[in-house]
Write a protein that binds this ligand. Structure first.
Ligand code: ATP
Length: 444
């Protein structure tokens, strides 16, 4: 994980928040390459969930919601983690994440000091809206994006004439006052989620649950993720959330071990039932194609972390490869093997020399490619070093402009993964790159 963290910082993917003040725990900033990568992952998910499904629409709900939302959802009462402190070293732990024998003996796993009793700690960030800091002005930063979807489900049925089964997708920030935030951006207090809630008729929920499990698995396959680094974990009776009938996590083998990446949950009619009760509004679906049958839909949820997906994509892409070229037997390169659809920069244009008009020619080529692709331009240093810099940024294609380019209008197209190079007429570059992206298969 150290290598991942330091590459992410060095190349401008992720920085510590407020670093000049010593950093802010649980918060991270996404730099120039990081924001591009994050946007691409969000874009891939959005396309998959909305454009490729005729019956799923999007939503962008506010972070601040009426506080009754969180009473109805059960978060005020139940969204807690068990917390213990060490009286000696002052370390703080989640009681469910330290060895049971330490908990039973009240012994700190770090220093052996005495642990406090376990107490419940609510993870919601609470603040006040308006000038008065009293109980009437309490408001929460949403701890999940899902509730914004539930409270809008009727609006969306009405405005978009949706018929069950249908889904609502949303990407947005969520906040949790996590007790322990370690492992880089894996668990943070401010993060982003990509959630899709699928509304179905009761009785068809199990079928849709297994369908969504299939679809979410296939999505990662499509993104070129190492499939032997993914597995399912079914929640046992002790793990199931209060609202869930069945729940599976997709876990990824991160450098610190198998951890949750995404959850697929059968949330039953719990959420809409509770919002009916707390709001006093009738949230039943009226099935006009079926004698106006009324029911509260069941909800199948697919819930993935966007920032956690970025960490997954980064870890999955990270590779160190021995490249014994030019007679140097011990030459290594660090390469990020991002899927070309996710790579922050798709194509880098590199003039072999700055002089003799090569830089100008390279800039012209860049201008042409800009409309279709995220480009970078680098004219500093030896060409081999420039390739390595692009490998480290995960750029799948490099275009080198040399003296021959001036004569016959061809350029070198270099592939990140195989390091192979081919000569291509510059007029064909954009379409060749498009073909290569379509045909992309991960080779390592
Ligand atoms: P965990 O058990 O890891 O705390 P959870 O089961 O509470 O997670 P969910 O409420 O199901 O997580 O959230 C859905 C997804 O949102 C998770 O699979 C994860 O990808 C992401 N997520 C949840 N909490 C965080 C966090 N603190 N930081 C980053 N991503 C998170």
């Amino acid at each position: 994980m150290e290598k991942i963290t330091s590459l992410a910082k060095r190349r401008g993917f992720v920085y510590q928040s407020s670093e000049i003040y010593g950093g802010q725990n649980g918060a991270w900033d996404y730099g120039p390459l990081g924001v591009e990568l994050k946007n691409r992952i969000a874009g891939a998910w959005w396309k998959e969930m909305t454009r490729l499904h005729d019956n799923i629409v999007g939503l962008d709900a506010a972070i601040l919601m009426h506080p009754r939302t969180w009473e109805a959802s059960g978060h005020v009462e139940n969204f807690t983690d068990p917390l213990v402190d060490c009286k000696k070293c002052k370390s703080r732990f989640r009681a469910d994440q330290i060895p049971q024998e330490n908990l039973a003996a009240k012994k700190c796993p770090d220093c052996g000091g005495e642990l406090t009793d376990t107490r419940k700690f609510n993870l919601m960030f609470k603040t006040h809206i308006g000038p008065a800091e009293d109980t009437a002005s309490i408001i929460y930063l949403r701890p999940e994006t899902a509730q914004g979807i539930y409270v809008n489900y009727k609006n969306i049925i009405q405005s978009n004439r949706m018929k069950i089964p249908f889904g609502i997708a949303q990407i947005g920030k969520a906040f949790r006052n996590e007790i322990v935030t370690k492992n880089f951006i894996f668990r943070t207090c401010e993060f982003e989620q990509m959630e899709m809630q699928y509304f179905v008729k009761p009785g068809t929920d199990e079928e849709w649950f297994s369908e969504w499990r299939k679809q979410r698995w296939a999505y990662y396959e499509k993104l070129g993720v190492k499939m032997d680094h993914l597995r399912w974990h079914q929640h046992g009776p002790d793990e199931l959330a209060h609202y869930a009938k069945d729940a599976y996590d997709i876990e990824y083998l991160f450098p610190m071990g198998w951890r949750e990446l995404e959850g697929v949950h059968n949330r039953t009619d719990y959420d809409l039932g509770r919002h009916t009760q707390f709001s006093g509004k009738d949230l039943q679906y009226i099935d006009q194609d079926n004698n106006n049958e009324r029911y509260i839909p069941y909800i199948i949820e697919t819930s993935a972390g966007l920032t956690r997906s970025l960490l997954m994509v980064f870890c999955d892409a990270y590779d160190e490869e021995k490249v014994a070229d030019k007679g140097n037997e011990d030459d290594w390169r660090t390469v990020l093997r991002f899927h070309p659809d996710l790579a922050p920069v798709t194509v880098a244009i590199l003039p072999l020399m700055k002089k003799d008009g090569l830089a100008e020619l390279a800039q012209d080529i860049r201008s042409e490619l800009k409309e279709d692709y995220a480009t970078d331009y680098d004219q500093a240093g030896a060409i081999g070093r420039r390739y390595r810099r692009q490998d480290e940024a995960g750029t799948p294609f490099c275009v080198t402009v040399d003296y021959q380019s001036k004569e016959d209008g061809t350029v070198t197209l270099r592939f990140r993964d195989s390091m192979e190079q081919v000569r291509v007429p510059k007029a064909e570059l954009a379409s060749r790159i498009r073909q290569e992206i379509k045909a992309y298969k991960r080779i390592k």
